[in-house]
Design a protein around this ligand. Structure first.
Ligand code: SME
Length: 159
């Protein structure tokens, strides 16, 4: 049974605990869907002030909705479209302080005010993205970017 952990210390220390927790949670499991589902659930209970946490995976050149926590969302996102498609096209994390200022942002949940999308790249190929939405502006900072990129690096060992 999953034990809810009390994260302690600084934001950095809490994220370090989260990374270890992710690694042990996914250890020995080779189901990609199960691992993405548990990774989204783990992140959702770790992060405060978020309204959507989940994955899109690349399928025939477009991003398709994968395991997530939150309201039902758009199913397909073409490469280059929205924040997610921009992250895959540019192969770079997109940290968006205000989604209303991001040209082409795709609104799946009207609550969303800020967003971070981390591309998941394996052997030079785009596997998909980690997408997190927040109901407040400027929810994510450079510490979040650093550790969410580390979160994706740890997750990749289990995909
Ligand atoms: N806002 C995203 C779409 C996905 S939802 O946030 C879950 C985008 O612009 O790509």
């Amino acid at each position: 049974m999953f034990e809810v952990q009390a994260y302690s210390g600084s934001k950095q220390e809490s994220y370090e605990q989260l990374l270890k927790q992710l690694d042990s949670l996914l250890e020995g499991e080779d189901s990609v869907v199960a691992n993405l589902a548990n990774a989204s659930a783990l992140l959702n209970q770790f992060l405060d002030q978020v309204n959507w946490v989940g994955f899109y995976t690349m399928d025939n050149g477009e991003l398709v909705l994968g395991p997530f926590q939150g309201l039902p969302a758009c199913v397909k996102i073409p490469n280059g479209k929205g924040v997610c498609g921009t992250a895959t096209e540019k192969r770079a994390t997109q940290l968006v302080p205000d989604v209303h200022q991001f040209p082409g942002h795709i609104a799946c949940d009207a609550q969303s005010q800020s967003e971070i999308v981390v591309p998941i790249i394996q052997n030079e190929e785009i596997f998909g993205v980690l997408d997190i939405d927040a109901p407040v502006k400027e929810r994510f900072d450079e510490t979040d970017r650093h550790y969410l990129e580390q979160f994706v690096e740890t997750l990749k060992k289990h995909l």
